[in-house]
Design a protein around this ligand. Structure first.
Ligand code: BG6
Length: 466
């Protein structure tokens, strides 16, 4: 492939604390919303206290908390320029409302960032990836409570101050638009909450995100801070104008978050949506001022696309964007997620046309069951194909003139799935010996895709095949 990727392109991988670290109560860590969802973000929420033993897959995950030096060395061997991960808020403020941070939690991330620095791997750090202190849910009612803005701001300022010399790329909330589909995970509210309650909580989170942007600029002037959206394009199922308009509305339902975080105000179509759906939320003049602290860049995940139709007899597709119907022209993964590399080029263009801000693809990948052959090798050609095809389209978008900062594939090492808490839904270039029952040695092993990604990075994309 011709040179498309700039020399500064940040190649790497992306993980999240609750899906890799384990050590869920170690060094004074508090219980998080994620610890209460052992079956994943769409599963039931369970009661737990801090005396529980390790009983669920996520409690130990892949034990990155103790094995990170080995894992970072493997990422470095692939040539990573960047690693996206998150800080577990509950390691820093175990219940969320403490006055003083937990030193042992802060020290862990110092060690982690120092290890990355050894190999010149740039950290890209999410402040909150699908988890929040359970104490803030139990004692304050989650993000429905305005006080959460202050707790989050305090947490953000604490980590910006501590890591200001080590971390120059930050993200606020992972897939902030996901709260519409998974309110407990996103905003700490019960799944049967009303639309008004959910949008009010989202509003508090949007203000908190803007306050974090301001704090980051004040504390680390040479850093860049972005938002993070669950991206995915919705096509009209037919060219019927009704379907086209439905697809437009579906896309706006998630682009709304980008509009607020990039343009600094609520768009007109949302005011109309709120009115027509009897959604009433409180937005103060001060909130409006805060929202004007907009992000430096836009990051997003991309796994799939889907279609919108006004025909209600058609069933909805499986996947991470729930109100879509399958596209008859696209294949699907084993989990029913439709594979659409060209959709990524299209989405990059849509976002760049709309916002004219740098874009960062911070998640993309194929969850698949990997079966080692008789010699224990994992020949994951299907994953290589998926990633190759998506990266070719990223190259095309760059040639279209889109400013793309980097690409971090999801789960460069096998980790626990967010939606179903399975180990067997694997995304990695590195295999981890652990199964869905929690059995296995946790040994790390290079897959075929490990060597492939290494060649893509070392050639700065020239090894990709069109
Ligand atoms: C994204 C999340 O939605 O998709 C990740 O930010 C998640 O946390 C990823 O792991 C893939 O989804 P899953 O359910 O296959 O783990």
């Amino acid at each position: 492939m011709n040179q498309a990727f700039p020399d500064t392109f940040l190649w790497g991988g992306a993980t999240a604390a609750n899906q890799v670290e384990g050590a869920y109560l170690t060094d004074n860590k508090g219980l998080s919303s994620s610890d209460l969802q052992p079956q994943g973000i769409f599963g039931p929420t369970i009661e737990r206290n801090s005396d529980n033993e390790n009983v669920y897959i996520k409690d130990m995950a892949i034990d990155f908390y103790h094995r990170y030096p080995e894992d970072i060395a493997l990422f470095a061997e692939m040539g990573f320029k960047c690693l996206r991960t998150s800080i577990a808020w509950t390691r820093i403020f175990p219940n969320g409302d403490e006055q003083q941070p937990n030193e042992s939690g802060l020290a862990f991330y110092d060690r982690l960032f120092d290890e990355m620095k050894k190999y010149n791997i740039e950290p890209l750090i999410t402040l909150s990836h699908y988890e929040m202190p359970y104490g803030l849910i139990k004692n304050y009612g989650g993000w429905g409570n305005r006080q959460l803005i202050d707790f989050f701001e305090n947490y953000a300022k604490t980590v910006f101050t501590r890591y200001k010399d080590k971390v120059k790329h930050w993200l606020t909330f992972n897939e902030i638009n996901m709260s519409l589909h998974a309110p407990f995970t996103g905003v700490g509210l019960p799944p049967d909450s009303s639309k008004s309650e959910i949008y009010q909580a989202i509003h508090h989170q949007l203000v908190a995100s803007a306050k974090a942007v301001k704090a980051c600029r004040d504390i680390i002037p040479d850093a860049k801070i972005g938002n993070m959206l669950l991206g995915g394009i919705v096509y009209p199922l037919t060219c019927k104008p009704e379907d086209v308009l439905k697809a437009h509305h579906e896309n706006n339902s998630w682009l709304f978050f980008g509009d607020v975080q990039v343009r600094g105000r609520y768009p007109g179509y949302m005011q109309r949506y709120f009115q027509e759906n009897n959604i009433s939320i409180t937005i103060t003049d001060e909130d409006k001022q805060w929202l004007q602290n907009t992000v430096d860049f836009i990051s997003f995940s991309y796994y799939m696309s889907g279609c919108a139709t006004t025909d209600e007899t058609l069933s909805t597709a499986k996947g991470n964007i729930l109100s879509m119907v399958p596209n008859p022209y696209l294949p699907s993964s084993e989990w029913g997620w439709q594979v659409d590399p060209q959709g990524l080029r299209y989405l990059l263009n849509v976002l760049y046309d709309r916002y004219q801000k740098p874009l960062f693809i911070v998640e993309n990948g194929l969850g698949a069951k990997d079966l080692p052959d008789t010699e224990g090798n994992i020949n994951d050609d299907y994953r290589i194909q998926y990633l190759n095809d998506h990266l070719v389209q990223v190259g095309e978008a760059i040639k279209d003139g889109v400013d793309v900062m980097g690409y971090t594939s999801w789960g460069p090492i096998d980790l626990v799935s967010a939606s179903s808490a399975e180990m067997s839904k694997r995304y990695g270039f590195i295999y981890v010996d652990r199964n869905d029952n929690g059995e296995g040695s946790l040994e790390r092993r290079r897959k075929k895709s490990f060597h492939w990604y290494q060649s893509v990075i070392s050639s700065n994309g020239k090894a990709l095949k069109k």
